[in-house]
Design a binder for this molecule. Sequence first.
Ligand code: UT7
Length: 338
Amino acid sequence: MPINANALSGVEIVGIGAHTPDKVLTNKDLESMMDTSDEWIQQRTGIKQRYRADHENGETVLYLAKGALEKTLADAKMAPTDLDLVILATMSQEMTCPPTACRLVNMVGAGNAGAWDFSAACCGFVFAMNNAYGLMQTGNYNNVAVIGADTLTQSVEFNTHGRGAAILFGDAAAGVILRKTDDTSKGILGQAMHSDGARWDDLYIPKTVHDLNEADREGNTQLNVLHMNGAGVFRFAVGTFSKVIGDTLDAAGVSADEVDHYVCHQSNRRILDAAKERFGLADEKLHVNIDRFGNTVAASVPLVLNDLREAGRVHAGQRVMFVGFGGGLTWGTSLWQI
Ligand code: UT7
C-alpha cells in the first residue's frame, strides 16, 4: 500500500501535552446545584467528574492554553522560539480581537510566530491538524504547535434549567508540536472534513436576541449560554461518527484493525461504545477518558492523546486516527502514520 504517496515532506508529532484547571467538579457537587444525580449522569454519559476553570481569578482559556503549550514544548524538548506557527483551536476566545493565539505566542516567548484562533467547535483540533499538515507541505513552516483549549463551563447554566449541558462540559487545554521530517512515511494518510450549517441551532451560543432560533424566541431567550438539542446531536453523532471513520479507512486503504489508536472526541460514552461495536474494536484501541474530564470541546481529542502518551502507549510506526464531531454541525477525521 502506498503510504503518503503524494507527500512533499514528512510531518511527525514530536511533543504532546495537556493542562487542566485545579478545581474538580464532581457529579456529587452538581447534585447540590441542580436536580440531577450521579447515577443519571454516569448512566447517560459515562462522566464522573470534570474540571472547572476559575475564570474570575484569571484562569482563562489563555492561561490553560499557555500551560498546555509549555508542557508540549517540554515534551518535544524545543524552545518556544523554535515555533513557526501556533494554531489555537477554541470556541472560548477571550475577545473577538486580538486572536487569543497572538497573546499565547507572546506569553510563552515564541517571538513572532504566526498565530491565529481556529473555530470549528468540537472539531477544532482535528480540522486544525489537517490545516497545519497542509501548510507544512506547501509553506516554509518547520515547527507548528496545534493546541485545543476550551472553557465551556463559562457558557452553561449550573441550575436545573441548564442541566442537559451543565453536566456534560469541562475545561482543559491540550495539544501537539508537529515537526517537518525527511521521512515521508510520517504524516497524514487520510482525512475528512464536513459541515451541515442547516443544523446550526442544534448547538449554539446566541449573543443577541437576533441570534435566537424561532423556538427559543418563544421560550428559552437566555443569551451567552449554550443552547443544545442534546438528543438530536446524540443521534447525529452515533451515525456520523461510524460513517466518517469508515469513509476515511476506505479512502486510505487501511482496515479498521490496522489503526493502533482511535483518538476520538469525548462527548458521551454511549457514542464511543457504538463506534467500538460497529468496528469490533478492542477497548485498548479506543481510549475513553470522559469519566475524568467530561466533554472539553477542542481539548478533548488531544487530551486522549496525552493520556496515551502518559501511559507509554504512543510509539513511532503506529497509526492514529483523530475523530471529531460537534457544533456547526461539523465532523471529520485525521489519520496519521506517526
Ligand atoms: O460535543 C458535542 C456536544 N454535545 C453532545 O454530544 C451531546 C449529545 N447528547 C447527549 O449526550 C445526551 O443527549 C444528553 C446527555 C445531553 C442527554 O441525555 P438523553 O438520554 O438524550 O436525555 P434527554 O435529553 O432525552 O432527557 C431524558 C430525560 C428528560 O426527562 P423526561 O422529560 O423524560 O422526564 C430530561 O429532563 O432526562 C432528563 N434530564 C436529566 N435528568 C437528570 C436531562 N438532563 C438531566 C440531568 N439530570 N442532568
